[in-house]
Design a protein around this ligand. Structure first.
Ligand code: TNX
Length: 555
């Protein structure tokens, strides 16, 4: 009896190990992902199995695709227990091939084909291949531990709708760590976003080291306290009196630029001027009209104190700052703000008034002399940047005093600024507050949301936004080059809350940036795909607003 028992056990063990060695359980890939690819043609029911012997291959000498291959391997090991080998050059069957031979004029396009022998991800450039691997890994169920992965034969052709797919973060009102910025970049990369707009300076804090002006960070990065509760103009402000500060060294910012670049993301830095400059004035009062009495802002909202447009020293200061900014950030586009710049100081400042005379500026219909002075200010900075091979972006206010032809306009006060700008043949990035301001609440029940600026922007409203206005002609529509959502952080003290405000609205953003209108699905189909992203977010440990898709009476 004993003998039989042990024989039986040995036999069972052999069977067991045989079973696990060649016939592991399988999960099945699902190509219905976010953002939805342009065309998904399923083949017959056969397919490719990713198992422990599958390799990832990149073309000889292509370091960028080598990196992309490592991202793919990293993801597969995050989703499963498979650690795939990366090989340079051809490596036969059972391989995921990364290539850049796809003939498509869109530089972000790719073709992904799956058959029994191989998976081929062929980009029109390395960026295209990168978006192809994103599609592959979002198709793989994230909970694939101890399983092989079956991918049905398919041909996926894909390319994005917009060349500029942006996400913004305000690191001025609150400071966030370098590690968090990298995490934020990971999330935006996952959504095929390729521009990261970093709002580096504002009234309440200057967060970028400028070597020529050390007081910008020594003094300008620190405020003596922060407003408690909401910014209400009719009630006295209360402050917490806790010193608040933080800034990034140039080395840290270069590290962030490289991290983003590895993920095919370009950082667009913003130095907001001539308004929103109180922190700089606290450090260097000589660049303001009054010249003294400035303090880094403790409350939110708009301040009357702005850079003095009458002093030559101010222009020199701005140019010096931008020279260092250009050294850190290689992007062609530099954002120089231009929003919310009150003119009360300029109206009374003898130097600004002299400048207006010198420039022979006369008030004209709908444009005060001071509004035109701001245009001249911006135009002068633009010439400086153009001479260094860069172009500028400005908020839509800069159209008011007349904007120079090469300026890209960010339309935030609704879409009208963007419409006007497109009609004047400016490139436009649509970022209207009512559809794309992620500092607004996601759920209708305020008591369940973190303290925010207010407003209500449910994910469905983001999803239904159409960035190209109907009233434009076909030619004018071409000027809408991109879409971006903005995350202002007046009310968000912690990284956790920022993450929560970002996810999952970023999924709806990715759809409107990437998917052609003719391929856009209804909201419920989007929600089905979103539910699969939630599984990813859970595994990655992100703090996100899951309840926004629940069908409760309040939303
Ligand atoms: C407007 S958008 C601003 C920001 C605020 C934001 C709050 C823009 C150009 N200016 O300074 O943080 O509203 O939603």
């Amino acid at each position: 009896m004993k003998k039989i028992d042990s024989k039986l056990i040995v036999l069972l063990c052999m069977l067991c190990s045989l079973f696990t060695a060649c016939d592991r359980e399988q999960t099945q890939a699902n190509y219905q992902i976010i953002p939805l690819p342009k065309s998904i043609e399923l083949g017959d029911s056969n397919g490719f199995i990713i198992n422990k012997n599958t390799k990832i291959s990149f073309p000889e000498g292509n370091q960028e695709l080598k990196r992309v291959a490592s991202f793919l391997a990293e993801y597969i090991s995050f989703a499963s227990d498979l650690n795939l080998l990366i090989k340079e050059g051809d490596s036969g069957d059972n391989t995921i091939f990364l290539k850049t031979g796809y003939n498509n004029e869109n530089k972000d396009a790719y073709l992904l084909t799956v058959d029994e022998k191989n998976i081929i991800i062929d980009g029109s450039t390395e960026a295209g291949t990168f978006y192809g691997i994103q599609t592959l890994y979002k198709s793989i169920p994230v909970n694939s531990e101890n399983k092989d992965i079956f991918l049905q034969n398919v041909r996926i052709e894909d390319a994005p709708r917009f060349a500029y797919r942006g996400m913004h973060l305000d690191v001025a009102r609150h400071y966030f760590s370098v590690d968090f910025i990298k995490k934020y970049i990971d999330v935006i990369a996952l959504h095929n976003i390729n521009k990261f707009h970093l709002h580096l300076t504002d009234d309440q804090g200057w967060r970028v080291e400028i070597k020529k002006y050390p007081k910008l960070t020594k003094i300008g990065s620190i405020r003596k306290g922060t407003l408690i509760g909401h910014n209400e103009t009719d009630k006295p402000h209360r402050f917490d009196d806790i010193e608040y500060g933080g800034f990034y060294t140039q080395e840290q910012l270069k590290e962030i630029v490289a991290y983003a670049n590895d993920r095919f993301i370009e950082i667009i830095p913003e130095i907001d001027l001539p308004g929103h400059m109180l922190a700089a004035l606290a450090a260097y009062p000589e660049f303001g009209c009054v010249g003294e009495g400035y303090e880094v802002g403790r409350r939110w909202g708009v301040y009357d104190d702005v850079l003095c447009a009458g002093k030559e020293e101010t222009y020199k200061f701005v140019e010096d700052v931008l020279t260092e900014i250009m050294d850190i950030f290689p992007s062609k586009l530099i954002h120089i703000g231009g929003d919310e710049c009150p003119k009360v100081r300029w109206e009374k400042c003898p130097k600004c008034q002299t400048k207006i005379k010198e420039l022979n500026i006369k008030p004209r219909k709908g444009q005060t002399a001071e509004a035109q002075l701001q245009s001249q200010f911006m135009a002068r900075i633009e010439v400086f940047l153009n001479n260094h091979g860069r172009n500028i972006i400005g908020w839509d206010e800069i159209l008011e005093g007349g904007a120079t032809p090469n300026v890209t306009i960010m339309s935030w006060r609704g879409t009208q600024g963007g419409i006007d700008a497109a009609r004047q043949h400016h490139d436009v990035i649509m970022t209207p507050y009512d559809h794309l301001y992620f500092d607004y609440n996601q759920g209708a029940d305020k008591s369940k949301e973190p303290l925010s600026i207010g407003g209500y922007l449910p994910i469905e409203k983001v999803y239904t936004f159409e960035p190209v206005p109907e009233e434009l002609t076909e030619k004018e529509k071409q000027y809408i080059i991109g879409v971006q959502a903005n995350l202002w952080t007046e009310y968000f003290k912690t990284e956790d809350i920022v993450e929560y405000m970002l996810i999952p609205r970023i999924d709806a953003l990715a759809e409107i940036q990437w998917v052609m209108p003719e391929n856009k699905e209804d909201y419920n189909s989007f929600l089905e795909r979103l539910n699969r992203m939630f599984i990813y977010y859970d595994k990655a440990g992100y703090n996100y607003a899951k309840h926004v898709t629940e069908k409760t009476p309040e939303n």
